[in-house]
Ligand binder design. Structure first.
Ligand SMILES: *[C@@H]1O[C@H](CO)[C@@H](O)[C@H](O)[C@H]1NC(C)=O
Ligand SMILES: *[C@@H]1O[C@H](CO)[C@@H](O)[C@H](O)[C@H]1NC(C)=O
Length: 323
């Protein structure tokens, strides 16, 4: 806001809203350009999941990736019984051609993978190529949990410990250290409210996840479908109107040089199975999946139960970058 005196009445000030910090759209990804904007990677899963990531051509011919009306669908193989000895169940891993540095990343989702035992889906960003390690996990969940995990991972020293009343999420088990080399290696991590993930998110008609990233802060906001700020819907997003973030990684509440730890980021989606976060101990102890499925291992359940994954799909309205 700036004000100027108007002659001859010096006591009268005419004020103008500042446009200096207004965000403008720099990239919009949706049904019109999805397949030319993201590369499908048929790579071995870097997170050691029980998964067979397929090429774009295979994803399209198998019906795992397609345009439905004006939405982008990306699912997993939910028809094939696969061998426990195989690489795993077919799924998708995609990365954006373009990277971005600072700004807003706003994803509008009608549906995200629905919290089935064995799944580990994510919407996330990471450094582009080599260089300083920096990763922002915006949507991430494991097995049948109902709340979203928002996490930063860094190669360098970086901590955030915001007061509880500065975010609507809650600290994930006190993990405030983002450094990959920290004692737990979990990353600095915040758990979203109920219905921020899985079936609860989907039953509400989905919603929006927005990342705000500047040199001094990284904030993640979750808005359910019935509570999306008008400025986002109107295409004139203004984070000052969004209230308390869901996860607040503000450098005033920690010890982190954000620009030193987070270089330009590339946008990723993937849905994996089992691996470090849904298999092993996650299967048998910290989620109830072993008990509710009756399967001793994540891999055997995922291999034998394709119909368990009817709901493990992304249905995306748009992903937009503003700067
Ligand atoms: C994005 O990358 C894919 C795969 O490398 C390529 O086919 C496509 O042409 C690229 N699109 C743009 C817009 O650069
Ligand atoms: C697989 O899941 C999709 C939704 O992602 C559903 O439309 C389809 O009917 C399912 N296939 C089978 C064979 O149940």
């Amino acid at each position: 806001m700036w004000c100027m005196p108007v002659r001859p009445f010096w006591s009268f000030l005419l004020c103008f809203s500042s446009l200096i910090h207004a965000y403008t759209l720099v990239n919009s990804y949706d049904y019109t350009n999805w397949f030319s904007s993201f590369a499908f990677q048929a790579l071995p899963d870097p997170t050691a999941g029980f998964v067979d990531y397929v090429s774009e051509a295979d994803a399209q011919s198998l019906g795992l990736a397609k345009i439905i009306g004006d939405k982008v669908y990306m699912g997993v193989d939910n028809t094939t019984i696969v061998s426990s000895d195989s690489t795993g169940r077919k799924s998708i891993w995609i990365e954006s051609n373009e990277s971005f540095l600072h700004g807003l990343l706003i994803g509008d989702f009608d549906h995200i993978p629905g919290g089935a035992c064995g799944t580990w889906p994510a919407f996330w960003t990471i450094r582009n190529g080599d260089g300083t390690y920096g990763e922002i996990d915006i949507i991430e969940g494991f097995n049948d949990i109902t709340q979203n995990y928002m996490t930063l991972h860094t190669g360098g020293a970086c901590t955030f410990d915001p007061p509880a009343d500065t975010e609507t999420g809650t600290s994930n088990n006190g993990n405030t250290d983002c450094n990959l080399d920290s004692a737990t290696g979990v990353g600095c991590s915040v758990i979203g409210p109920e219905q921020s993930y899985g079936t609860g998110f989907n039953d509400n008609g989905g919603g929006i996840y927005a990342l705000e990233w500047t040199s001094s802060l990284i904030k993640i906001y979750f808005f359910p479908r019935d509570n999306i700020p008008a400025d986002i819907t109107n295409g004139t997003p203004d984070p000052t109107l969004w209230g308390i973030p869901t996860a607040n990684f503000d450098s005033q509440y920690g010890n982190c040089d954000i620009d030193a730890n987070f270089p330009a980021q590339t946008i990723y989606f993937d849905t994996t199975f089992c691996g470090a976060e849904a298999g092993g101990d996650a299967w048998t102890s910290w989620t109830d999946c072993s008990a509710v499925t009756g399967y001793g291992t994540c891999e055997s359940y995922v291999a034998e139960n394709p119909a368990a994954y009817d709901d493990s799909y992304w249905l995306i309205n748009s992903v937009k970058v503003y700067q």
